[in-house]
Ligand binder design. Structure first.
Ligand code: NOJ
Length: 692
């Protein structure tokens, strides 16, 4: 009774404006007439309520409310096909089924050791009433902090192959509010600063992106389990009406699949505040299939250094010549530095033939088995392994997957033979510039987030898994939680990392990082490459950050692989702050965002995996902030030595970025920590357990 009341309360509001159902565009924008809920469900805590609807035209829709307040108004579902009539109208409900699940599962590595999957499921099967009688199932899952659904197409005579031109999935955001979103389909792929606009100012956005409605609800739209399908962006139609926009393909239809098949999950995270939105990212993992790789103890979270930042500063080069970074001698020096300071990985870029000439333009020349003559890869790998430092392979492909796939087995075998257990891949090219095999041995151009690339990345990840190699993809397809199924997919880039602070303008402004945490970071780990203690980019241009903020990134921006990205000489010149980078953990039992506001600030505490040590990191935007954080996450009754790295009293990222205060004090779980963040600043703390 209560459920029906809540739903109808929401639904009546949504259906209040009747409109004639003749013209498609008008029907989409206005509220449909004569819609009726045909099935309902709630989240386990009863707060989120879903109504599945069919309107007078036989269009299937759904609506979501939270505590009786409409969140997503009636939004239609459907498909456009290249070779068959649209699947949109004339649908009738054939049946529904319900189930529930409350299970916890263990992450081999991650932000939480144990993840709870608690949801109610409602599956509705629809069939067209006319002669095609095509069938579509929609599987909804309601979590306490999200509603997700996916389409399932059983095998059927009138839909043997789905040539999908567009997915007609709508998200009608009822309340006005603000949004943080990065534009889709632009040349730099995922790497854009966020736009902060009213919801009705959204253009075409990448997912995940985040909204805060007038009532304070936090709503983020993303997808989960993007397998053999094209990535979903979101375009605004009018007012708060948003719709799916699938990434194009060179072949015409954006997705081609034989039935039976299922789409990725469409996910709407809905939470009362920003910290709970951050925690809701476990939903993305819960919607992915369990680990398919079995024992993955060979996947090692780690901190690493690299022959890398010098290239971005332009003091070293990837290509051969006098500035070549990847030389045997320099790699050995880097291994010595890594071993001395406890880093177990060394990324070596520019080790292989193919960087000379215009590598960005074609990528045809890259070899993934032939090192440059001044880099003795066998000797370097042996030298590293003897000191406990693994070479991290680098496969920059220039998004030429024709060349890469033709060498893939040999490239991975070669890496394995050297003891390389993780590889950073790279797909540098403009958006739409992926070179893929075309018909008759030809070449076609694809998008980084299209169906072809969803297949390509899984091929690389599964081939690598056979050889016990982890993959960290740059210029990747977006993260949709597939690390659960393939835990060797250890991280990716997929937004503007630290390298933007090496290059020209604009660098990453402080508010970018505090937006990143509530957008891109909902998707999964990011290889952000922090720790630039020089605070200087190319040509000694200042990086918009304080020193303490560089340390705070290790806790705030999650990745199981974290780079100490600066040059060794800059670490040697800053032994105080460097100590935190040496000490910080990369794998966690528990994660809690203690305070946060989208685009403004965030403070996160994480407990080291398998150890009683806690870490805390906090960052702010351009505004200085002070707050007090209760330490109630610490074990009661225990004393801890808090090693605190905070902005100095006079710190400011513009005028005094290097001012840092490093102090120690003894604390207990009943204490509170004063957190003072300078403009563009941060805080980093290690809590080392002492006696009782
Ligand atoms: C862009 C990547 O993000 C960066 O880390 C890498 O060094 C270059 N591509 C070259 O592969």
């Amino acid at each position: 009774m209560r459920l029906l009341g809540l739903l109808l309360a929401g639904f009546v509001v949504l259906a209040a404006t009747p409109a004639p159902a003749q013209d498609t565009a008008q029907t989409d924008v206005a509220q449909p007439s004569a819609s009726r809920p045909v099935a309902t469900a709630t989240s386990p805590d009863g707060k989120l309520a879903l109504a599945i609807t069919i309107n007078g035209e036989g269009r299937v829709g759904y609506a979501v409310s939270r505590e009786g307040q409409p969140v997503i108004g009636e939004s239609h579902l459907g498909f456009l096909f290249a070779d068959s009539r649209q699947l949109l109208r004339n649908m009738e409900l054939q049946g529904t089924s319900k189930s529930s699940k409350d299970e916890s599962w263990q992450q081999p590595w991650g932000e939480w050791r144990s993840v709870r999957d608690h949801h109610n499921e409602l599956v509705a099967t629809f069939q067209e009433k006319d002669k095609l009688r095509r069938t579509m199932r929609v599987r909804f899952r309601l979590f306490d902090n999200a509603v997700a659904f996916r389409y399932e197409f059983p095998e059927q005579p009138n839909l043997k192959t789905a040539n999908i031109v567009e997915e007609l999935t709508q998200f009608r955001v009822v309340q006005p509010g603000e949004a943080w979103w990065a534009p889709a389909y632009e040349s730099n792929r995922e790497e854009y600063l966020y736009n902060h606009t009213p919801i009705d100012g959204i253009g075409t956005a990448q997912t995940p992106f985040t909204m805060r409605t007038r009532s304070g609800l936090h709503v983020a739209i993303h997808e989960a389990a993007l397998i053999d399908y094209s990535g979903m962006n979101i375009a605004r139609v009018q007012d708060g009406l948003l719709k799916a926009s699938l990434t194009p393909s060179s072949s015409g239809p954006k997705v081609v699949r034989d039935t039976p098949f299922e789409t990725p999950w469409r996910v709407i995270l809905i939470t009362p505040d920003a910290p709970s939105l951050y925690h809701a990212n476990t939903v993305i993992l819960n919607l992915n299939a369990p680990n398919k790789l079995g024992d993955v103890s060979w996947v090692k979270p780690r901190k690493y250094v690299g022959i890398w930042w010098g290239m971005h500063l332009d003091t070293q080069s990837w290509n051969s010549g006098p500035k070549h970074g990847a030389t045997t001698a320099y790699a050995k020096r880097m291994i010595d530095f890594a071993a001395k300071n406890g880093f177990s990985g060394l990324l070596v870029e520019g080790w292989n033939k193919g960087w000379d000439g215009d590598w960005f333009a074609t990528g045809d020349d890259f070899s993934f088995t032939e090192p440059y003559p001044d880099f003795n890869i066998r000797e370097v790998s042996r030298y590293g392994l003897a000191k406990g430092v693994h070479i991290i392979g680098h496969h920059e492909t220039s998004a030429n997957i024709i060349n890469y796939e033709s060498q893939l087995p040999a490239a991975l075998d070669f890496a394995r033979s050297l003891g390389i257990d993780s590889i950073k891949t790279g797909y540098v090219s403009d958006a739409g510039g992926v070179q893929a095999p075309g018909p008759n041995g030809g070449r076609v151009f694809e998008w980084h987030e299209g169906q072809v690339m969803s297949r390509h990345h899984l091929k690389v990840v599964t081939e690598a898994a056979k050889r016990q190699i982890a993959i960290n993809a740059h210029e990747p397809i977006k993260d949709t939680g597939l690390r659960r199924t393939y835990p060797n997919w250890i991280a990716r880039e997929g937004q503007r990392g630290m390298e933007y602070n090496a290059w020209g303008e604009p660098k990453n402004p402080p508010h970018y990082d505090t937006e990143l945490l509530f957008t891109r970071m909902l998707a999964g780990p990011m290889d952000f490459t922090p720790g630039i203690l020089s605070l200087m980019g190319r040509g000694n241009t200042p990086i918009p950050s304080t020193l303490a903020r560089q340390l705070a990134y290790y806790v705030t921006i999650y990745s199981p692989i974290q780079m100490a990205a600066d040059l060794p000489e800059n670490y040697e010149a800053n032994p105080g702050p460097f100590q935190f980078i040496k000490d910080v953990a990369v794998d966690w039992d528990d994660t809690r965002m203690l305070a946060g506001s989208v685009g403004d600030y965030a403070v996160i505490a994480r407990k080291e995996r398998g150890k009683p040590t806690w870490f805390l990191g906090g960052i702010t935007d351009e505004e200085a902030r002070s707050m007090t954080v209760p330490l109630s996450f610490l074990e009661p009754g225990r004393r801890y030595r808090a090693e605190i790295y905070s902005d100095g009293d006079d710190a400011d990222f513009r005028t005094n970025p290097r001012s840092i205060a490093i102090e120690q004090r003894t604390v207990r779980s009943t204490d509170s920590l004063p957190v003072r963040l300078a403009a563009g600043g941060g805080i980093a703390v290690r809590f080392v357990p002492l006696g009782r």
